[in-house]
Design a protein around this ligand. Structure first.
Ligand code: BG6
Length: 490
């Protein structure tokens, strides 16, 4: 892996700096980077918003956000004070009163790297970039960071990419998909390409199918306004799940180099068989959580969640069957599923191997075994295989696990995805970020599915909150005699 270079003095300007993402993820991750010595002593964080906060207000809010973050636990008082001192707030009215831009210009230090983090809806990214350019703030040492979902379809993504691309070069542009910052996701590349034993098995000859699951117990929380315009397809599948699919299916790149890795991921997206028209009825399932009981607590159904329409047709669950039309994967289904308010939270990739071509243990259980790459919780790798149950008499075979838990093996804290990615932005390494053509290729594949849902009038099937999702998902995978992987099977 490329060595991280030393942190450089940077002005990190966060547009939307007082918002949900900033408070929940960015500031706590920056605190953790500071605590672990990854921020240059003079690096500053400038939160930009329309809120009219004072620096003291911002620091107060940030203090609570850092202290309330699960990965921080007990903050170190001196570090927290040092971190809060790095923060300031500037009120900017993008496209309006220019005073804020002037204040930002006066604040930024011409000798430092500049990172402009756009923690804002993608529609205003272009206006912010133009504002930065008009104020003469974009230097050669500037970078821009954009959040997903980038647009809401191919056309809007192209428009945002063009607007931002008119100001920043592709090398200066960092498109975040925070799943790529997760430790196990990076480990997937190491598992596949630093070990020799998997590669001969990694194809349609030995792999029966792949399942990629991202299940959450949380609902939409306070984000219904945004979520209702997106749904699970745009919020999770178009980016996180397709990125996991790419890393699972890609060919070995020639090196762990930014462009080499992205080129291989792009080829996977381009090889996805189009899912459109009537096929969408067969190969996809939309669901929406109704009210239910989650871990003993009654929770609202999606339609009754505050902050959005009560007659919505947005999905909070998607399951689908994808196929990659190339030599390695032809005929191997990739089942993707994601949902909110599920019975348990887990994100994992399951590689399900084929059964042996001929069994010499007639009557005994067969089963090709599964390799499970668990992203969360309990990051690890888990291989199930058949073994003989001890004892005399007839041979009895049982599926048993071989377990690698990262927490137990490495006895060290796994950094938060945002910590890793923010550090990469600060050191100028964009390997784990999405290139423009990747994002657009992903939309090119998801757009026809979303269009077909509307054309075929496929409304979401209700599943109770706290359940395993809609029954349609079991039918989808069951059609070929397969079942969803559940840990208990091991
Ligand atoms: C975000 C989505 O990108 O990822 C959220 O917008 C989702 O809806 C979140 O809850 C899940 O991330 P994680 O890291 O908790 O799996």
């Amino acid at each position: 892996m490329p060595q991280q270079s030393a942190p450089r003095p940077t002005d990190l300007v966060v547009f939307g700096g007082t918002g949900d993402l900033s408070m929940r993820k960015l500031l706590p991750s920056l605190y953790l980077l500071d605590r672990d010595g990854h921020l240059h002593p003079s690096t500053r964080v400038i939160a930009v918003s329309r809120d009219g906060l004072t620096d003291a207000d911002l620091r107060h809010k940030a203090d609570a956000a850092v202290q309330g973050h699960h990965a921080v636990q007990v903050p170190e008082t001196a570090v927290l004070r040092r971190f809060l001192d790095r923060l300031s707030h500037i009120t900017v009215d993008v496209g309006g009163d220019p005073t804020g831009w002037t204040e930002l210009t006066d604040t930024l230090d011409p000798d430092r790297d500049r990172v402009f983090y756009l923690a804002v809806p993608p529609m205003i990214s272009g206006a912010i970039c133009r504002g930065l350019a008009d104020a003469g703030l974009v230097t050669v040492d500037s970078r821009v960071v954009m959040e997903k979902p980038l647009g809401r379809d191919l056309a809007s993504a192209q428009a945002v990419n063009a607007e931002v691309g008119a100001i920043f070069t592709e090398e200066q542009t960092y498109r975040i998909d925070h799943y790529l910052g997760k430790e196990t996701v990076q480990n997937l590349l190491v598992l596949r390409f630093a070990n020799v034993f998997l590669e001969p098995l990694w194809n349609s000859r030995w792999i029966d199918h792949v399942q990629i699951t991202a299940a959450e117990t949380v609902g939409v929380g306070g984000r219904k306004g945004y979520y209702d315009t997106a749904g699970a397809m745009r919020d999770m599948v178009q980016n996180h799940l397709l990125q996991l699919l790419c890393l699972t299916a890609m060919e070995p790149p020639a090196s762990y180099d930014r462009e080499a890795v992205r080129d291989e991921k792009l080829k996977v997206l381009q090889a996805l068989k189009p899912l459109a028209g009537e096929n969408v009825r067969e190969d996809t399932v939309r669901g929406r959580y109704g009210s239910g009981v989650l871990h003993g607590t009654e929770v609202l159904g999606y339609l009754d969640e505050p902050g959005g329409p009560t007659d919505s047709t947005t999905e909070t669950y998607v399951a689908l069957r994808a196929e990659i039309a190339n030599w390695r994967w032809a005929g191997v289904p990739f089942y993707l599923r994601t949902g909110k308010r599920m019975d348990r939270a887990r994100s994992e990739i399951v590689i399900r191997f084929r059964d042996v071509p001929h069994t010499i243990f007639p009557g005994a259980a067969t089963g090709g075994g599964s390799l499970v790459i668990r992203l969360q919780p309990d990051e690890g790798i888990h291989l199930t295989m058949l073994a003989k149950t001890p004892g005399a008499g007839a041979l009895r075979l049982r599926s048993v696990p071989l377990e690698l838990s990262f927490a137990d093996t490495f006895a060290t804290r796994s950094p938060e995805a945002y910590e890793r990615l923010l550090m990469d932005v600060l050191t100028g390494d964009s390997t784990l970020f999405m290139r423009r053509d990747e994002v657009e290729a992903a939309w090119r594949w998801t757009d026809p599915v979303i269009a077909a849902w509307a054309d075929l009038d496929l409304v979401p099937e209700t599943y109770p909150a706290g359940s395993a999702g809609p029954a349609g998902a079991d039918r989808l995978i069951g059609r070929t005699g397969r079942t969803w992987y559940e840990e208990e099977q091991a």
